[in-house]
Design a protein around this ligand. Structure first.
Ligand SMILES: NC(=O)C1=CN([C@@H]2O[C@H](COP(=O)(O)OP(=O)(O)OC[C@H]3O[C@@H](n4cnc5c(N)ncnc54)[C@H](O)[C@@H]3O)[C@@H](O)[C@H]2O)[C@@H](O)CC1
Ligand SMILES: [K+]
Length: 485
């Protein structure tokens, strides 16, 4: 798992380590890693034009010391001081290495920046965001915002130090103006904003520099290929179609027959041995035509997937009966309407998109979009259910408080029917014996991996994603375990 910690957890770990090391050691480790990452990002150092945006705290200190190291290797490094306060020793080190300070005069230009600063930024090969790190509040002050805007206008890439300044580090929310980085270089561990959207998108790729922190249990985790490989229910020699798991699928309607066909594709491409389809005869015919393997009608199953494309055919009483049974149930789309906040739902997985979750919680969709982690957690707690909140980064929250995210999806996956494939696949994983948290995590990861194969940088259809699931699974199961994951 890739782990992300809260600001408090990081501060405690840093304090413990700092007490055992000579002063300044951690900042030097961070700055060294940052300088190397900037060099790699640029592809060259000698003669490169680097502008550092410097705020009042240690985040600015990291940027200044990294600037010193780049200046010693021949980069032309210019610091823009955005506050009266700054890390003085770090600035002295930069100046001693040949770096400069821009815009120290009183005059300001049209953008509200000290004169000369906008020109420096416009000509830079890279801008380094050392405005604020984990000590920052959301938002940018006027001068910082102006500097960031000039970089954007001139398409100068920004490398963020630790976090893109202005995002909310512990929630991944972006309530105010913030940096959008081409690369974020972070230290010790990932922070929540690196994994949860909308902030995760503002980070760009995230490079982690190890500074030797000893960290506690993570606040949230992001599932990696090695985790999926360890969890995937691979059939054994003695397995048969029943012991591999049977999924009952209640999906599709006269209005949306395709949803049943697509969800079945996702289910059959998972680990189970059989799908029992339960629904109107005309839809069952369509499912059988596409998938002759299915069995129509009720019978013994190990889990249910209910809801994709049911529309007005949703039989609330029937779904509530299923929720009272022992078998795990996945509720998708309209099926989610059957959930209430009384009762024990710890074997239930729901797979809403932001709109469906907003409807369940009776809030605006935009509020869920802006505060994805908060609403996923709140739902898991209030309904005692595991929640897979779909989106550019998928957030999965369990009633235990555990949270996992999946960040490997392509934006091409936002297409009709993709959610039906995911519901079928996650249902299949539940029927094969995974608990709701693991089924959701493995399902989200493989769904995204299959979409990446289907897309290869271009458009895709839901059925193509389902068709690529076996390849994605095969590739993953065959991968050697990378060290350290
Ligand atoms: N503590 C440590 O051991 C280490 C810290 N490191 C760096 O230090 C950073 C944390 O440093 P600090 O605790 O000094 O805090 P920051 O540098 O993140 O922020 C400093 C100050 O900025 C001001 N501020 C808050 N929000 C602002 C905003 N929106 N706009 C402008 N100013 C704002 C506040 O006065 C705040 O105290 C980390 O993110 C990391 O970059 C690294 O050097 C690694 C080691
Ligand atoms: K920053």
């Amino acid at each position: 798992m890739r782990r992300a910690h809260t600001v408090d957890q990081v501060r405690t770990a840093e304090a413990d380590l700092m007490a055992r090391l000579p002063e300044g050691t951690l900042m030097q480790r961070a700055a060294t890693g940052l300088a190397v990452a900037i060099s790699n990002f640029l592809g060259h150092t000698y003669g490169a034009r680097v502008v550092l945006l410097i705020g009042s705290g240690d985040n600015g200190g990291d940027a200044l010391y990294a600037g010193e190291k780049l200046a010693r290797r021949g980069a032309q490094v210019t610091a823009v001081l955005l506050s009266e306060h700054y890390h003085q020793a770090a600035l002295a080190a930069l100046l001693a290495a040949g770096g400069r300070v821009a815009g120290s005069g009183a005059a300001t230009d049209a953008a509200g920046l000290a004169s000369g600063v906008a020109g420096e930024i416009a000509r830079a090969d890279v801008v380094v965001d050392g405005i604020v790190g984990i000590g920052g509040r959301p938002g940018l002050r006027a001068e910082a915002a102006a500097a960031v805007r000039v970089a954007g206008e001139h398409r100068v890439p920004i490398v963020a130090v630790d976090v893109p300044s202005g995002v909310d580090v512990d929630s991944g929310e972006t309530p105010e103006e913030h940096v959008s980085a081409a690369l974020t270089v972070t230290f010790g561990t990932h922070k929540i904003c690196h994994l949860v959207d909308p902030a995760a998108t503002a980070c760009g790729p995230v490079h982690l520099v190890d500074i030797g922190l000893d960290l506690p249990h993570a606040a949230i985790e992001s599932i990696q290929s090695a985790d999926v490989r360890a969890l995937y229910p691979v059939p054994r020699g003695e397995s048969d179609k029943y012991s591999r798991g049977v999924l009952g699928l209640m999906a599709g309607s006269a209005q949306y027959p395709g949803a049943a066909v697509i969800a079945t594709s996702g289910a059959l491409a998972g680990p189970i041995g059989m799908v029992r389809y339960v629904g109107p005869d005309s839809v069952a015919e369509a499912v059988r035509a596409a998938h002759p393997e299915i069995v129509a009608g009720e019978g013994r199953v190990q889990a249910w997937a209910v809801g994709s494309g049911l529309g007005d055919d949703l039989d609330l009483a029937k779904v509530r009966e299923l929720l009272d049974e022992e078998e795990p149930v996945l509720l998708d789309a309209d099926g989610i309407k059957a959930l209430d906040d009384s009762g024990d739902h710890d074997s239930v997985l729901i797979t809403p998109h932001a709109g469906e979750l907003a409807r369940l919680l009776e809030v605006d969709r935009a509020v869920v979009e802006a505060q994805r982690l908060k609403h996923a957690r709140l739902t898991a707690e209030r309904f005692d259910v595991t929640v897979l909140l779909k989106g550019s980064t998928t957030v999965i929250a369990a009633p235990s408080g555990e949270v996992r995210v999946n960040t490997n999806a392509t934006a091409w996956l936002a297409t009709a029917g993709a959610g039906d494939v995911l519901a079928g696949l996650c249902g299949s994983l539940l029927a094969a014996g995974l608990n709701p948290l693991d089924a959701a995590s493995v399902g989200a990861y493989l769904h995204a991996a299959a979409a990446n194969l289907a897309s290869a940088g271009g458009p895709l259809t839901a059925m193509q994603v389902a068709a690529k699931l076996p390849d994605a699974t095969r590739g993953l199961l065959a991968e050697p375990d990378p060290a350290g994951e």
